[in-house]
Design a protein around this ligand. Structure first.
Ligand code: PGA
Length: 256
């Protein structure tokens, strides 16, 4: 990923329900994504579609990612999927610490193990942090700091080049552009996250880590978040399931 490229990551979650539909959605997105030179598009489908979608595009403007990963590369773990296995079928990215995985029981310690092994295996890690609500005492900032610091425990500086941080407040997920973070709030979070990364790794390394936004990113709010919120891209949920909407996000972002 070139440092100057914006990163637009599609998080398809549990959708669609057939390989046929997944291929159709991918080809409809590919028409635009393969032409947008200022963007790195990443499609994160359910695990079972990764291999097939990966075969449908051979350039670098679109990469495939996974939505989760296990913290070991081998062993007695029925039903889990290792970073090496993901890499072998063409996944280049993996989302770790998504609030929906955390809601199903994933702890900060689990997230930390996943981040470390995925980076060691050579995957790019899209680490998600986000508070469920904001409070006037700003305790949510303490919560976010803990989430970020614990996820990065034991992550060496030389692995930072494969790290992307997603600020994804839970209160903004699955709604509409009007309910998302405001550009001002995003700008504050951008500074806040950079400050924590700088404390951990120094200014130079911290400055190279992309910070993207997730939570009702839609065609209606990406422009203001890019221009006033300073984001390096978006993690897009529901709007990535409609090729037209997702392609619109790509086109708007590509115009900057
Ligand atoms: P949303 O989902 O765009 O539907 O809010 C984003 C996400 O959960 O990654």
């Amino acid at each position: 990923m070139s440092k100057n490229k914006k990163l637009i990551i599609a998080n398809w979650k549990l959708n669609p329900n057939s390989l046929k539909e997944a291929k159709k959605l991918f080809s409809d997105i590919k028409k635009t994504a393969s032409k947008t030179s200022k963007i790195q598009t990443v499609i994160c489908p359910p695990f079972v579609y990764i291999n097939e979608l990966n075969k449908m595009y051979s350039g670098h403007r679109i990469e495939i990612g996974a939505q989760n990963v296990f913290w070991e590369n081998k062993g007695k773990y029925t039903g889990e999927i290792s970073p090496s296995a993901l890499k072998s079928v063409g996944a280049k990215y993996v989302i770790v610490g998504h609030s929906e995985a955390r809601a199903l029981g994933e702890s900060n310690a689990d997230v930390n193990k996943k981040v470390n092994i995925a980076l060691k295996t050579g995957l790019k890690v899209v680490l998600c942090i986000g508070e469920s609500k904001r409070d006037l005492q700003a305790l949510y900032l303490k919560f976010l700091k803990e989430e970020l610091e614990s996820a990065l425990s034991d992550v060496p500086k030389n692995h930072l080049k494969n790290l992307i941080i997603t600020y994804e407040p839970i209160w903004a997920i699955g709604k509409t552009a009007g309910d998302a973070v405001s550009p001002h709030q995003m700008y504050e979070m951008y500074i806040f996250i950079k400050k924590i990364l700088t404390e951990l790794y120094g200014k130079l390394s911290a400055s190279n880590v992309p910070i993207i936004y997730g939570g009702s990113a839609e065609p209606g709010n990406v422009e203001e978040l890019l221009t006033q919120g300073d984001v390096d891209g978006f993690l897009v949920g529901h709007a990535s399931l409609e090729a037209q909407q997702f392609n619109e996000i790509l086109k708007i972002t590509n115009s900057f």
